[in-house]
Write a protein that binds this ligand. Structure first.
Ligand code: ASP
Ligand code: MG
Length: 436
């Protein structure tokens, strides 16, 4: 069994859905995981926001526009009246449900229900299309097996039990279609794995069924050695280890959801990143094998906040860092980068939801400085530390870039640099010149 996940742009139009069905229509047993058509989840978030603000008329207007879009998709996608009618009925039912929220007090659970509609629509339309083409597909609802526990983390034991139970009901089936992103929470309500979570779904499903491979199909031909939005002439990387991929995914490479690396790594299932627009391109394979030495790729993560705590009390004292970290822990705020000196510690956070309260508590331990709008530039490669010249090239490249923090030695495959976001473009291009 393999898992094939297709992202929003890969199912973004009737043509794209047809190409996906071309790619999945073969004898290999597979579970196909689909995102919502591109743009849909954003619109659903907007609709939920309007309901929260009690702007019922505007919300319903947005729902009508989106419904219209799906009606056009169905009209274009299907040939037979039977398929058209089946799709029209499903679409109407989904959008009537959404309009129904105009009549009640809007809750978080209603928001989650609205957000789930994109994946329910894309999978159902694709399934009906397979049927029309005489391709035997089985539509399995992710709501029957994907579940998060009390802490919001996937309940892997439950997922394994339930998905295998579902699949075993169709012993002859070769092609299963299911939704990415959506799940149920511990009380059984519809929930989701957070934005971009379809990759995570695919990886969790792969782990649950012991898949031979997890394929993530997007609109770019794999992980690139630098950010193509800022640097020209970037190249796709053929092979990455799970650790390298995790660093790159977390530090900004948008192609893969960072959480999706771990389930595949735990189950030792290779992850193949492929491009639906050019399926013949090799893509990137992520596996437990580490190949090659030296710097492979650069990624950047924006909207980082740096916090410096300076204290005489830190001097030759023990227990200081624990107290600092406990404050972040109590606000469930992860720390990304850390650097220390004898009298100060600098660290970075991605989430600023609790920043004011964190800073207020940190002030009990020393003076606190906060720098916003920072970017972490992450330089990744197997044995990046020991490979010749790596660090000197990095510093040469960053000669004219004001560097706020450097993290080197945390792992064997990563050097991280923190700079003001205003210098990101310059830094990425200069590093590209020196390193590749
Ligand atoms: N449709 C969801 C989103 O846009 C999940 C995904 O595409 O991965 O965030
Ligand atoms: Mg995505």
């Amino acid at each position: 069994m393999i898992v094939m996940k297709f992202g929003g742009t890969s199912v973004g139009s009737p043509e794209r859905i047809k190409s996906v069905v071309n790619l999945i229509n073969n004898e290999t047993p597979k579970i196909v995981v689909l995102s919502a058509m591109s743009g849909t989840t954003n619109t659903l978030v907007k609709i939920a926001g309007l309901f929260y603000d009690r702007k019922q008329t505007e919300a319903v207007a947005e729902i009508d526009i989106l419904q219209n879009k799906y009606e056009k998709v169905a009209e274009e996608l299907f040939d037979s009246n039977e398929s058209k009618n089946e799709a029209a009925e499903f679409i109407k039912q989904r959008f009537d449900l959404m309009r129904g929220f105009a009549l009640k007090v809007f809750s978080i659970s209603d928001e989650k229900t609205i957000l789930a509609q994109g994946e329910l629509l894309s999978t159902t339309l694709t399934h009906i299309y397979c049927k029309e083409k005489g391709i035997a597909s089985v539509l399995v609802s992710a709501l029957n097996f994907m579940r998060v526990d009390r802490t919001g983390e996937p309940d892997t034991y439950y997922i394994r039990e339930q998905i295998n139970r579902e699949l075993n009901e169709y012993p002859d089936a070769k092609l299963f279609i299911t939704q990415g992103f959506i799940c149920r929470n511990v009380t059984g309500e519809t929930d989701n794995l957070k934005r971009g979570g379809s990759d995570y779904s695919a990886s969790l499903i792969g782990q649950a069924v012991n898949a031979e491979e997890i394929q993530i199909w997007t609109d770019i031909d794999g992980f690139h050695n630098n950010d193509p939005r800022y640097v020209t002439n970037t190249k796709a990387i053929r092979e990455l280890s799970f650790d390298e991929a995790a660093e790159l995914a977390y530090f900004g490479a948008k192609i893969l959801h960072p959480a999706s690396v771990l389930p595949a790594q735990v189950a030792n299932i290779p992850v193949l990143l492929k491009n639906t627009m050019s399926p013949e391109a090799q893509g990137t394979i992520i596996s437990s094998q580490t190949k090659g030495e030296g710097i492979k790729a650069i990624a950047a993560k924006d909207d980082i906040t740096a916090i410096k705590i300076k204290s005489g009390r830190m001097f030759m004292a023990y227990g200081f860092l624990r107290k600092v970290f406990e404050i972040f822990e109590s606000y469930q705020t992860p720390i990304d980068m850390i650097t220390t000196s004898e009298i100060a510690v600098s660290l970075t956070v991605d989430s600023t939801v609790h920043l004011d309260r964190i800073v207020a508590e940190l002030k009990n331990y020393g003076s606190v400085e906060v720098d916003r709008n920072m970017t972490i530039i992450c330089i990744v490669g197997n044995n990046v530390m020991t490979s010749k010249d790596s660090i000197s090239k990095v510093f040469k490249a960053l000669n004219d870039v004001p560097v706020r923090m450097v993290s080197y030695g945390g792992s064997r495959h990563n050097i991280s640099i923190l700079t003001d976001s205003a210098h990101k473009n310059e830094a990425l291009n200069s590093l590209n010149g020196y390193l590749f």
